[in-house]
Design a protein around this ligand. Structure first.
Ligand code: BTN
Length: 253
């Protein structure tokens, strides 16, 4: 895989590994000994110990899925604005799904990518904060591309191919994704945080509809009404109370 042509800086430096435990871990460790240009992407054809959110693992099929980490230096964002970066990244992947004609693409808060009821991709952002500023962000993206079979415990997973019935060229998907990532990052860079939030909310999975959720005190019916600046989700329950949750505090049923 060579440099990405249709971008200004995302993917101008591409580091590819045949096999690696985790692209996020590799990039985080590498940045301790060497600085790399913003927009560098690290790709593993076979990622053996992929990490997901909430300490979960991320399982991918060599050759049929994308496991990539992108280096960004969002210096104009304060640590309290981290969630805007997360929103911009989710939107970029959503843009790609729309472009690839994936049916009913949605963002499941905070940043799972869905097609219909199935998970098609995930994001793990690791931020380095120094002197109250965002020093750099390692943006890990896992996307199922041509996989048609998943382990039994991943029965709620899908791929670009399974959901659309089309076969995809992985290199082209990566180039298109880099282009969408750069566009959304530039939108963020130009201070359009409110627009990003509004668009993010318009793509949220199960937004406004009544569904079951589970928190530490049990199951309840509620509907998502928004997110806070810090990334908490706001769910209105049947009593009309608004409850705020961080990622580990609530589960979709
Ligand atoms: C999730 O949905 O839980 C997030 C999954 C993120 C997986 C990607 S794959 C590339 C990068 N390297 C990792 O170890 N994880 C992220």
């Amino acid at each position: 895989m060579h440099e990405i042509r249709n971008t200004l800086f995302v993917g101008k430096k591409v580091i590819v590994f045949e096999s690696l435990p985790s692209t996020n871990t590799w990039l985080n460790q590498r940045l301790q000994i060497e600085s790399l240009p913003e927009g560098t992407i690290v790709i593993a054809r076979n990622q053996t110990e992929g990490r997901g959110q909430r300490g979960n693992s991320w399982i991918s099929k060599p050759g049929d899925s994308l496991t990539m980490s992108l280096l960004l230096n969002p210096k104009n964002l304060s640590p309290s604005q981290q969630f805007s970066l997360s929103q911009a990244i989710s939107l970029a992947i959503h843009d790609l799904l729309v472009y690839c004609q994936i049916p009913d693409p949605k963002i499941k808060w905070p940043n799972d990518l869905m097609s219909q009821e199935y998970k098609i991709g995930g994001v793990l952002i690791e931020n380095s904060i120094r002197k109250e500023a965002l020093q750099y962000s390692v943006v890990g993206i896992g996307l199922n591309i041509n996989q048609t079979q998943f382990p039994e415990n991943l029965d709620s997973a899908t791929s670009l191919k399974l959901s659309s019935g089309l076969e995809f060229n992985t290199s082209k998907v990566i180039a298109d994704l880099c282009s969408f990532l750069e566009k959304r990052y530039l939108q963020l860079h130009s201070g359009k945080l409110k627009e990003i939030e509004t668009e993010y909310l318009s793509k949220i999975y199960r937004m406004s509809d009544w569904h079951s959720f589970e928190d530490s005190s049990g199951i309840f019916k509620g509907r998502i009404t928004g997110v806070s600046n810090s990334g908490q989700i706001r769910i209105e329950d049947e009593c009309g109370d608004f409850r705020m949750f961080s990622t580990k505090e609530v589960r979709y049923l």
